[in-house]
Design a protein. Sequence first.
Length: 221
Amino acid sequence: MRAPEVRHIIWDWNGTLLDDTWLTVHAASTVLEAFGKPRDLTIEDWRQVATRPLIDTYVHLLGTEIDEEQWESLAQIWLDAYLSRQPEVGLNPMALSALEDAASMGLTQSIVSLHTESELRAEVGALGIADLFTHICGSRVSWGERRPPKSAEVRSQLQDLGVDPREALMIGDMEDDAREARDAGVRVVLVPTGDTSRERLVASGFPLADSLTDAVRLITR
């Protein structure tokens, strides 16, 4: 039986529409230095180890378990380093084309992110693309705290829109995005634009496109 046509795209933000992986790595390097584990961490290094929950990534990088107090300290160090250079971050070079292609196809679009919601809305607005989305949803807890799964917000958005989950597609940069989409009954395409290497995404077994525009074009095939 053929799958229903896609009516709605759910976008991940960090590492997908937002070209901020370099800043994520800068902030992670700052954390390692602060914890006495200085390292010349590259984007490719990060793409080989980044995972969810994020604490597991830092346990691997630091080579030790992290207690609650250390995690709170780590989270604040990371956040301060990230925010110090946040104004330098822009969209993925293909983001606007991909968003406009989807709009021209008559698709509605939204964002579901673990990024703090107030900051997410401010960033999307500052980049001049807020009008392209029906919903913009980020986390309502502080960075470093346990966050609700994306799948719950995906279901809520689709219910608001009256869209069957089978008629939606999520585009993200991590295997975690794919698992959340699957849990919500939504199809997914992953892109090697952010926190995960292409090799790891291929190994995940989920559908893969090489760019944001290619991901949108898959809808018409």
